[in-house]
Design a protein around this ligand. Sequence first.
Ligand code: ATP
Length: 207
Amino acid sequence: MQVLFGGTFDPVHNGHVAMVDQLQVTFPGATIHVIPNNRPPHRDSGVSATHRLAMLQLAMSHLEGIKINRIEYERPGPSYTVDTLNGLREFFGNDECLVLVLGADAIRKMDSWYRPKAVPLLCNICILNRAGERVDIPSVLAEMNEITDGGLLDNLSSGYLIRLQTPDLFVSSTLVRSLIAKGAAQLPVPPNVADYLVKHNLYQDTK
Ligand code: ATP
């Protein structure tokens, strides 16, 4: 089983690390691929993909079974999920279980993605359902079969959807960027990432 946790990680924070921990518990034995995008399709990043990748490596290096996957980092142009899934299918073959992890924010925007209808044909989807939140399934995923036991996914390569209840961790990259701009002494990021942010003077001019 290959679990795919993508994002801009602009920068990586403690919520991302906690999420990866939880994915390891939910999908024991799976390889968790953390996939930083090169160019997010829907927004700009003020910091280079190289810095974002370096910080991810620092944040996740101590975790076993985690692969920082450069498939999007190495592909020029916007990082469309469907291109990533096609690339991973070519590499792992049609029988492998691929699980794409999506937060509520991503699910809500899915109808506006590039070729969204291809996504459920290429993978299973795990929706991160934060505490107290109920994410509506977008129309492009209406045909997917919802299941509740993650253990069953192992033998299913694509087309199934599962909701993962996650604690509400009040941290986001947006919050980290604004804390840096305000000169906060403490940031909700791993200590080696905090050192990197200072060393490279990142996000100082966030508006
Ligand atoms: P931004 O604030 O810039 O939108 P973000 O904190 O949401 O960024 P992303 O890189 O967009 O970070 O997120 C990558 C993935 O991590 C997404 O699936 C997102 O839902 C999830 N995620 C982000 N923050 C948390 C958190 N605090 N707890 C659980 N999952 C999170």
